[in-house]
Write a protein that binds this ligand. Structure first.
Ligand code: AGP
Length: 604
């Protein structure tokens, strides 16, 4: 979602640094971009719809000796995708980049009736309020503080003002913002410093204000807490830079690269299991009667797969949709153990749920980003964090992070079985888990015939048991990557309504491993064929030996490795990812950055 980059620099390549910074944030997803520079004499800004490359190509940089610059990638929330709505937002005096959402914009607009509005964004209210307070004689700092006190919602803001050309201000509430030091050059502010050219960094706390000033060709920085007290010091942490340049390697895109990384990612998780890293969590699970997963999108589906596995071995397991839980529609028992699943650790819906329960419930945060907002919250409350160790995932379409979450779920289960059942049962599961990387390597060689899907009007993924959440995940992948409408269903539900959709144009993708209840899903497949619907049957040799319609023109059989439930979770998930990828390729979509979507969803 929106990305912020801001720079205070002694050098004159500030625009290049800003654009490189935006390029590094592209993975978050966005639909417009913009940049502004401020010098003693001039405030300059340029924006455009589309990519950072568009902005770079269009750039008409004036000759100016700017020490401060701000830039932004916007993912539209309030106000359409137009140049006027792109950030930086400005009234010619104040200039602002913003992540988050100001929920009381309409009320605040009444406080400044004379303001002339340029956009439909909520961000513009910040611009007008700051200008309003400065016009009344307040300092830049006071105007910022008084403005943020009035805001309801979430924000990360970096602000410049023409009357104060030697100062840049940054502040935040909920949306992350970090201040980095560039040795001998100045400061670099970003929504994600992991790829920024900084030596060390600090994270701003909620409602803190950071003020960077320029004097005699040197920069100084001050931090103020929410009570306006200057903080005597901040602890600067050493930056461990992640570089993404050329990291696609030989792959056509990040999605394919990340799909192919999965055998190694799972292997790494198996090694972590062997190191005994899950013992602590399995102790936490031991006396629980209720386990709950919170997660959105694919993370939710990973939780649903966890539900099928945990209910078999541990206890009643629920999966809660954070955006439904947060506003009082659902309950969570006092004695529950809650796993918050989030690849990014930033998803605002999940973060809100975590905030609600963190003081009163047992919670474990499972994420891929050690420095994420959820990880920091867990550390502050001394709650355990599990790093899924998938390595940075850049494609908006989650693949390796999803299976790494599954690997953590399975690892916790194996440790629980060791603790509560028997060493031999745990070892049996461990051995089966250990076979997964090799199985995935085989799946990754497969090429699917996707023609039926390209011509189809209705695509239904069908699964039973653990394959039902995989069906949901398969449908989500196809929507995201290939822009095709697909739904995931428990196969047994077909006859209760969805069967009405079946005709010659429809395709069902049946996920049907042979080891469990194959005959039941086979019946659902026969019902589809009988109504002239087409079926892509993902099964194995055990399933195939029981299938009566393998010669039908309406059926394409895809034979996956024989596997049991712990293995099915990975093998069938990777198969549907690859299928979605291959369909998306045939349709020529922007797979790494699908339209309208963002990698890190920081609005509710
Ligand atoms: C998956 O392909 C999606 N891009 C999306 O559903 C994602 O899983 C969801 O937004 C949750 O993200 P998180 O894991 O970072 O919290």
């Amino acid at each position: 979602m929106c990305g912020i980059v801001a720079i205070a620099s002694k050098q004159n390549d500030i625009a290049d640094l800003l654009l490189d910074g935006l390029t590094n944030l592209e993975y978050r997803g966005y639909d417009s971009a913009g940049i502004a520079l401020l010098s003693e004499q001039q405030l300059w800004r340029q924006r455009c719809i589309g990519s950072v490359k568009n902005l770079r190509d269009k750039l008409q940089l004036p000759k100016m000796n700017a020490h401060f610059g701000i830039a932004h990638t916007r993912w539209a929330v309030r106000g359409g995708i137009t140049e006027a709505n792109a950030h930086p937002q400005s009234d010619g005096k104040t200039v602002v980049v913003h992540n988050g959402i100001i929920e009381n914009t309409n009320d605040l607009m009444k406080c400044i009736p004379d303001a002339i509005w340029e956009s439909q964004t909520d961000t513009e209210i910040v611009v007008h309020l700051i200008s309003h307070f400065v016009n009344k004689g307040q300092s830049f700092y006071e105007a910022t503080r008084n403005t943020i006190k009035m805001l309801v919602g979430t924000f990360a803001l970096v602000i410049l003002h023409k009357n104060f050309p030697n100062v840049m201000i940054a502040t935040r509430k909920v949306n992350p913002l970090s201040i980095g030091k560039m040795h001998n050059i100045g400061f670099f502010i970003s929504s994600d410093v992991s790829m920024a050219p900084v030596d060390s960094f600090v994270d701003l706390a909620d409602n803190e204000i950071c003020m960077i000033s320029h004097c005699d060709n040197e920069f100084s920085v001050k931090f103020f807490d929410s009570e306006d007290k200057e903080l005597p010091y901040k602890i600067w942490r050493k930056a461990n830079k992640i570089t993404t340049s050329s990291s696609k390697g030989d792959f056509a895109d990040f999605t394919l690269k990340e799909i192919n990384e999965q055998p190694n990612v799972i292997q790494k998780c198996i090694e972590t299991l062997d190191n005994g890293d899950y013992k602590h969590v399995s102790e936490m699970m031991k006396n629980k009667d209720f386990i709950n997963f919170f997660g959105c999108g694919s993370s939710r589906y990973a939780g649903l797969i966890g539900k099928y596995l945990y209910e078999k071995f541990i206890c009643f397991t629920n999966v809660t949709i954070p955006s439904e839980f947060n506003y009082g529609y659902m309950r969570n028992p006092n004695e529950s153990l809650n796993f918050c699943l989030s690849q990014s650790g930033e998803t605002l819906d999940t973060l809100r749920s975590l905030e609600f329960i963190i003081d009163s419930r047992d919670v474990v945060v499972i994420t891929n980003v050690a420095n994420s907002t959820m990880s920091k919250l867990a550390i502050e409350h001394s709650k355990p964090i599990i790093d899924i160790c998938a390595g940075q995932e850049l494609s908006v379409v989650s693949t390796k992070a999803f299976t790494a979450q599954l690997a953590v779920i399975v690892s916790m289960l194996i440790e629980f079985v060791r603790l509560s059942y028997s060493e031999s049962e745990a070892e049996y599961l461990r051995d089966k888990f250990g076979e997964v990387p090799k199985m995935l390597k085989n799946v990754l060689q497969m090429n699917f015939d996707v023609q039926w899907l390209l011509e189809s009007s209705t695509i239904l993924f069908l699964g039973r048991g653990i394959c039902y959440p995989i069906a949901l995940e398969g449908a989500l992948k196809l929507k995201e990557a290939a822009y095709l409408h697909a739904e995931g269903l428990p196969a047994g539900e077909m006859k209760h309504g969805p069967l009405a959709l079946i005709d010659e144009q429809s395709v069902c993708i049946a996920l049907a491993p042979g080891y469990d209840n194959f005959e039941k899903i086979a019946s659902n497949v026969y019902e589809v064929i009988a109504r002239k619907g087409k079926v892509m049957l993902f099964t194995d040799e055990v399933g195939l030996s029981q299938f009566a319609e393998s010669n039908s023109d309406l059926v394409k059989v895809i034979t996956l490795p024989n596997c049991m439930d712990v293995q099915v979770a990975f093998v069938y998930s990777v198969a549907v990812q690859l299928l979605a990828y291959q369909v998306a390729k045939s349709r020529g979509t922007n797979i790494d950055r699908p339209r309208n979507l963002a990698k890190s969803v920081t609005v509710e």
